[in-house]
Ligand binder design. Structure first.
Ligand SMILES: *[C@@H]1O[C@H](CO)[C@@H](O)[C@H](O)[C@H]1NC(C)=O
Length: 280
């Protein structure tokens, strides 16, 4: 009995040190579930140092992010829509410990406290930090929006690997309205909705701190969704793009149009965003 107990303890601690930064999203089944029928749109550009993060908070996976550690913004976050259950806004901003040191325990951590606990280690080598955004003139614009989740999934969207420098007017107006429109659509017409939200980096526009190019200010933000009925059949799909500027305009697009749009900014083929482009 005693040895069975120790075995359980060993197994439990193995789970606790499980990795969030993975070689492949297929490594963690719960992570693959965020993608429609397990289809991972994985276009990778040679110039970009991409990392796959299974976003974990409170020992539970909440969404997946393909993160570009050279531009310090995500390529995209993938999630499943959940109706919000109200409550306040998370006040902390999290960082991914395994982007600081792969041997550190996974699960996102409050960047402020992680910094206090490790004063000699710089956390921002491969990810953006909260201080990068301070006085930058840009919002920490959520890709996976907190309004599309219930607590504690909602808290987990406040990780700096899920936000990009977004024009404040766009973030607080047209993009927010689009997110709310999706909320209504998903609630009324879908049993389950898979969503991808991404950013296209700019060629030469950065948040610069102490003469260091810290965080790329993306040129565009984009969204794609595929939703299904209770039999798992796709019923609705679409997407949108927005120039990240004062213009404050969101252009809605079909998945095919979006794929063509993304291809213009990729030197690798952009495959289906959802399996069979969300067709039955
Ligand atoms: C999530 O955020 C809410 C709102 O700030 C907070 O009250 C709650 O304690 C957080 N939950 C967890 C599990 O940290």
């Amino acid at each position: 009995m005693q040895s069975l107990f120790s075995l359980c303890v060993a197994a439990a601690s193995l789970l606790l040190v499980a990795s969030d930064v993975v070689t492949n999203f297929h490594d963690i089944p719960e992570c693959l579930d965020f993608f429609y029928k397990g289809n991972v749109p994985d276009w990778v550009q040679a110039s970009r140092d991409t990392v796959r993060i299974c976003q974990r908070f409170q020992n539970q996976y909440h969404f997946a992010t393909l993160y570009d550690a050279s531009h310090r913004i995500a390529v995209y976050s993938a999630y499943v829509f959940e109706p919000s259950n109200g409550g306040g806004r998370e006040k902390r901003w999290f960082v991914e410990p395994q982007l600081v040191d792969p041997s550190w325990q996974g699960e996102m951590r409050d960047g402020y406290w992680l910094g206090q606990d490790n004063p000699d280690i710089y956390l921002g080598e491969r990810q953006a930090l909260n201080e990068d955004y301070t006085n930058s003139g840009f919002d920490r614009g959520h890709l996976n929006p907190n309004g599309h989740h219930a607590v504690p999934g909602r808290n987990s969207t406040f990780t700096l690997t899920n936000v990009v420098p977004q024009n404040p007017k766009l973030n607080q107006n047209a993009w927010k309205d689009y997110e709310m429109k999706l909320t209504n659509t998903f609630r009324s017409r879908c049993w389950k909705a898979h969503v991808l939200v991404g950013a296209i980096p700019s060629a030469n526009n950065w948040i610069v701190k102490n003469n260091v190019r810290r965080v790329n200010i993306p040129e565009f933000i984009w969204n794609a969704y595929c939703c299904m009925d209770h039999n798992g059949r796709p019923v609705l799909s679409g997407g949108a793009t927005a120039l990240n500027s004062e213009q404050n305009v969101v252009q809605e697009r079909t998945l095919d149009e979006l794929q063509g749009f993304l291809q213009q900014y990729s030197d690798a083929p952009v495959g289906d965003l959802f399996r069979a482009q969300c067709q039955a």
